[in-house]
Design a protein around this ligand. Sequence first.
Ligand code: SF4
Length: 281
Amino acid sequence: MSDQRSPVAPSLTAKDPFELRVSLGEQVPEQTVQEALVSGDMGFLHSFTTGSAVDGPGLRVVAWTTGCMWRCRYCHNPDTWPLKNGFPVSVRQAADELRKYRQGLKVMKGGFTLSGGEPLLQHRFAVKLLAEAKAMGIHTTIETNGFFSDRLSDAELDLIDLVMLGLKTWDPARHEDLTGQDNAPTLAFARRLAARRKPVWIRFVLVPGLTDDPGDMAQSAAFAASLGNVERVEVLPFHQMGRYKWERLGMKYTLQDTQPPAPAAVEQACAVWRAAGLNVV
Ligand code: SF4
């Protein structure tokens, strides 16, 4: 993979999260990685991006963590799966990067979003960085699959203003085929957030042949509607923008023949979620 590496130290800021980034932290000794995961003083980031209008309310600065324990077949950023593909940064470095945008984010009624990868794989780093953002008076959002959410205390959850929670599919067997993992922890997290009345946006990726079963979607929708704290549902059409990453990384991609859903199919899916009484965008 040497041809995929940047010949110079990469900037923490990327044009967008579709930039392929690998092995940026490979020189970090394993013991240091383990200590960082415990202390949270250092984290691994794919990149920062600025000016996002799709990762929470208003304009956002987004920090994309590396490390994910899921293996979603449609993942468009598989380079974020290995922790050490990310750039090692201290909490202070990451906070200083965020601080540059502090005033603008407030004026634009935006905020900071921690995404990934799966940010709660680095839960100690996530908590420290979110605390820094809160101390700056910045609105905080985390985008998560919820699998490691029980690693956060209730007080730590209070550092997060909005949770963008991925609901992949309802049926457990289908979920395991799609992601390699059980969806029970995600659903448990959704219930916990509901009990705490934490605002939630649901993200649902519509993949023809994988997540578009109307009955399955209806069950997810009924569950989401029952929670009472879901402010909106985003139905995101599957796309092939991440395909080149799978190919460049030499990974087996199973969706090469899957087409993005037609507009009518997207509208039908939105109708299923809307029928449960949810605000769908
Ligand atoms: S949870 Fe997100 S980052 Fe992890 S594999 Fe799935 S889509 Fe990719």
